[in-house]
Design a protein around this ligand. Structure first.
Ligand SMILES: Cc1cc2nc3c(=O)[nH]c(=O)nc-3n(C[C@H](O)[C@H](O)[C@H](O)COP(=O)(O)OP(=O)(O)OC[C@H]3O[C@@H](n4cnc5c(N)ncnc54)[C@H](O)[C@@H]3O)c2cc1C
Length: 438
């Protein structure tokens, strides 16, 4: 079956409309190709702000953007909601939830998911935060546990509901820890007068010796200081041994009683079936050549978090960040046209624009090449970069207003529990979240 009219132009099928997939589509606008964009959702997710959805300070719609709206004006593009299960490279087709689809060029831009490193208990009980449904589940869990804490009169019974352990001190863990700490310090007692700040404990754990290990030492140190000032306890060089929904244990025997473990300790690529195991690298990423073309294939590309361009300079592939996905998308879009026209292709060259992470409402750390700085000015840059990168003028406006309101009164956001989070209730919790009892 074909879901789009095959014209005289070659058909480029893009799987995944994250940062990478969207950029490929943009590059192919007004070019001599037909484009079919497939995604299992009908919206693009701006993952860097998921943590604010989880804390209820932003509504989920303000960090998502309708794909049909986005592509409304692109005459050579059709969009379909479909999940791709398998690539049949020998016959240039893919198996999807809407049937078999033929392609001339295939771009795999399916991103990554949380890596629990094979620990089934941790996968079952800890909370991931890679998608909007997962961020909402986390929000509901946090606020349900605060409601439960209010009902517990005995300190020992109440504590696990008010103890937060974030595993993984990369940007996601650091930003979420800062946001939970600010909620505890400035908001919680307004919503929950029965609870006191010092009832709530927040731990940020990592097996590395410093937070933000992929950023400079200077950024790590400043971020660590900011977090400590906010009242976050850092557990560094700490490897998680087990979590059973009530207790988390670290190597060496340290045990913390908690109902709130948030897991951002690793990611792995999301690869549709049918890809030869020989080209799957560490972290479940697909090995490509220097134009993001899957090794061994002429017409299949893998970009962004799911691609691994292994070179002397990048022995583990490029970092899993939005800029890599965007720049790879740009490169692939251009090269598909070069290939069609019989022109020389352009090798991918990553232009690292630097890294930012925010801690709380007015502090951030910035590594912009050789220039490294921290504090309020870094936070202003963080605000500007994130607003600029969000899709949709309405979203930019709403997010900006929310941030300003929050800045002025420390109490922005609604923190609503729209549906109850129940572990294991797949129907209610969202398709990709399958957990046991709350
Ligand atoms: C909480 C969080 C915070 C982050 N913060 C930052 C940050 O501050 N700065 C930064 O640079 N990066 C950040 N990142 C990383 C960044 O978001 C990713 O590197 C980037 O999204 C990768 O883009 P991508 O196009 O490869 O995949 P994604 O953006 O993940 O998009 C993948 C798309 O593929 C779709 N899909 C997946 N499988 C299928 C399938 N089988 N069939 C159909 N569709 C499918 C998904 O629905 C999704 O739309 C963050 C990530 C997270 C989770």
């Amino acid at each position: 079956m074909s879901t789009t009219d095959r014209s005289k132009f070659p058909l480029v099928v893009i799987v995944g409309s994250g940062f990478g997939g969207l950029e490929v589509a943009r590059r192919l606008e007004n070019k001599p190709v037909e484009v079919l964009m497939l995604d299992k959702h009908n919206y693009h997710t701006f993952q860097p702000l998921l943590y604010q959805v989880a804390l209820g300070s932003l509504e989920s719609e303000s960090i998502a953007f309708s794909l049909r709206k986005n592509f409304g004006g692109q005459a050579n593009l059709n969009f379909r909601i479909a999940e791709v299960h398998k690539v049949n490279a020998e016959k240039n087709t893919i198996d999807t939830t809407i049937g078999e689809i033929a392609y001339d060029y295939l771009v795999i831009a399916t991103g990554s998911t949380t890596n629990f490193f094979g620990d089934k208990d941790i996968e079952h009980y800890a909370m991931p935060m890679k998608s909007i449904p997962e961020a909402l589940n986390l929000r509901y869990l946090i606020f349900q546990n605060l409601e439960a804490a209010v009902l517990k009169k005995i300190k020992e019974e109440r504590e696990p509901y008010l103890t937060f352990v974030l595993v993984g001190a990369g940007p996601t863990g650091v930003e979420l820890a800062g946001a939970i700490a600010e909620f505890r310090n400035y908001v919680m007692e307004k919503d929950y007068p029965e609870l006191k700040k010092d009832h709530v404990k927040i731990y940020l754990a990592d097996f590395q010796p410093r937070v933000l290990a992929t950023m400079s030492e200077q950024a790590s140190k400043a971020a660590g200081d900011y977090l400590r000032k906010l009242g976050v306890e850092l557990l560094l060089n700490a490897k998680v041994e087990r979590y059973d929904g009530n207790e988390i244990e670290f190597e060496g025997g340290k045990v913390i009683k908690t109902k709130n473990v948030i897991w951002s300790a690793g990611v792995m690529g999301v690869i549709p079936g049918g890809i030869n195991k020989d080209v799957i690298e560490r972290g479940n990423r697909i090995r490509t050549d220097n134009i993001c073309r899957v090794v061994g294939f002429d017409n299949i590309f893998a970009i962004g978090d799911v691609g691994a361009m292994i070179t002397d300079k990048t022995p583990k592939g490029h970092p899993g960040v939005a800029q890599v996905a965007i720049q790879m998308g740009d490169n692939v879009g251009k090269n598909i046209i070069h290939i069609i026209k019989g022109e020389t292709t352009e090798p991918f060259k990553y232009n690292d624009k630097g890294s930012l992470a925010t801690i709380g409402r007015n502090k951030a750390v910035a590594d912009l090449g050789k220039v490294k700085f921290q504090g309020f000015f870094a936070w202003l840059i963080w605000i500007f970069v994130h607003l600029f990168s969000l899709l949709g003028t309405r979203n930019k406006f709403i997010v900006f207003l929310n941030w300003m309101a929050n800045y002025v009164n420390y109490n922005g956001g609604s923190r609503l529990i729209i549906r109850r989070f129940v572990r294991g209730d797949v129907k209610n919790n969202a398709e990709e979240v399958t957990k046991g009892d709350a």
